[in-house]
Design a binder for this molecule. Structure first.
Ligand SMILES: *Cc1c(COP(=O)(O)O)cnc(C)c1O
Length: 367
């Protein structure tokens, strides 16, 4: 048995498979600049995500940041979002000179509470930026309705939701844009990487300029842009991993269901409710450690570490409570988010996780 178990472990092709795949790239010396493999991965992802277009990026954060930027919102406009997420979500809003307005989340699944969005809308609101946290797809129908009623854009942080669907519709099709992360720790990885999908073709044109210095020709720069392209080694890693994605997700499902069966019997541990219409990717296994459990969340976290198990308090603290954001924005009550963040713990789950490790984790949890 391994000495330490972390919350996740990167899915990888075999060493031989990756080496074989990079051989032509090695010989060509064309290592980046949206070459053959970048294009190939975009093609494959279009099929997998079931969307007409995909724009690859250097990482998930830049996917989100540039997706927001491509809408050209006026400076200091308000974006309604969730504080129960990875810090990247809030940074992406603030780095675009926009103002985050934090909406509470739902006890049932941790996603933005769509019934509390409308009361936060002001004349400065331009967009809603929800997160499909843990792959729990938000109430996309209600959010779309609100967006249409108030003429707002919807940009999803879909970093956790790669390959999922709701009522048979691929998750990348919801809202005006979605940003995915292909970081090494995510269900599908390109080592570092990300992608944007969007409803309007013109968003892709803006993204192209934003991720490649606005360069349109050897001697022509049409707009101000950054460098946020994916390189060819990363794209090949993606092509290799995508070949095995079904097996990888199936294996996660096995681990997920074993946890589910065993943990349901533990008093005081709550599992989120997943809408039956969601086809999941089993990215995470979050548990809610309630007052009725034999110990507090932080004590369980420490006991797991004593056994070499590194669970994570995703997402604690709330982004709104981080030093860089505290008391800077509209101070709204977030009772559910504040309570959830104190009780949440994400257990290790990854492709190839051994049953003996899972049993050890369950023994610690049972106390
Ligand atoms: C991972 C993640 C990101 C950022 O993606 P990177 O690829 O690490 O830059 C953004 N939002 C959420 C919710 C994430 O989990």
């Amino acid at each position: 048995m391994e000495k330490y178990t972390f919350v996740t472990r990167s899915s990888m092709p075999s060493y031989e498979e990756y080496c074989k795949a990079i051989r032509p790239l090695w010989d060509s010396r064309l290592l980046t600049n949206m070459g053959e493999y970048h294009q190939k991965l975009e093609q494959e992802l279009k099929k997998y995500l079931n969307v007409p277009e995909v724009s690859l990026t250097v990482n998930g954060h830049m996917a989100l940041e540039l997706a927001i930027q491509s809408f050209n919102f006026p400076e200091n406009a308000e974006v309604i979002t969730t504080p129960f997420t990875f810090i990247s979500t809030t940074h992406a809003i603030v780095r675009n000179h926009l103002c985050p307005v934090f909406c509470d989340v739902k006890e049932t699944d941790g996603t933005i509470d769509e019934t509390k969005i409308e009361e936060l809308i002001t004349e400065k609101t331009v967009a809603i930026l929800p997160v499909h946290v843990y792959g729990h797809i938000c109430n996309v129908e209600a959010i779309q309705e609100i967006a249409e009623k108030y003429n707002l854009k919807v940009i999803y942080d879909a970093a956790h939701a790669f390959g999922e669907s709701y009522k048979g519709i691929g998750v990348a099709n919801f809202g005006d844009a979605s940003a995915f992360s292909f970081h090494a720790t995510k269900v599908f990885n390109t080592i570092e990487g990300g992608a944007v999908t969007a409803r309007d073709h013109r968003i892709y044109e803006k993204l192209y300029d934003l991720k490649n210095f606005g360069i349109r020709g050897e001697e022509l720069v049409v707009s101000v842009g950054a460098n946020a392209k994916m390189n060819e080694f990363a794209a090949i890693m993606g092509l290799c991993n995508l070949k095995h994605i079904t097996e990888a997700i199936d294996d996660r499902k096995r681990i997920y269901e074993f946890y589910l069966k065993e943990i349901q019997e533990v008093k005081g541990i709550r599992i989120f409710e997943i809408d039956k219409n969601i086809v999941q990717n089993y990215a995470y296994f979050p548990i809610v450690v309630s007052e009725k459990y034999i110990m507090e969340r932080d004590e369980l976290y420490k006991q797991l570490i004593q056994h070499g198990i590194y669970a994570r308090k995703y997402f604690f603290p709330l982004t709104v409570d981080q030093v860089c954001f505290k008391n800077k924005y509209r101070n709204l009550p977030l009772p559910v988010a504040h309570s959830l963040t104190k009780k949440i713990l994400v257990l290790p789950i990854f492709e190839g996780m051994k049953e003996d490790i899972q049993k050890k984790i369950l023994r610690v949890i049972r106390g």
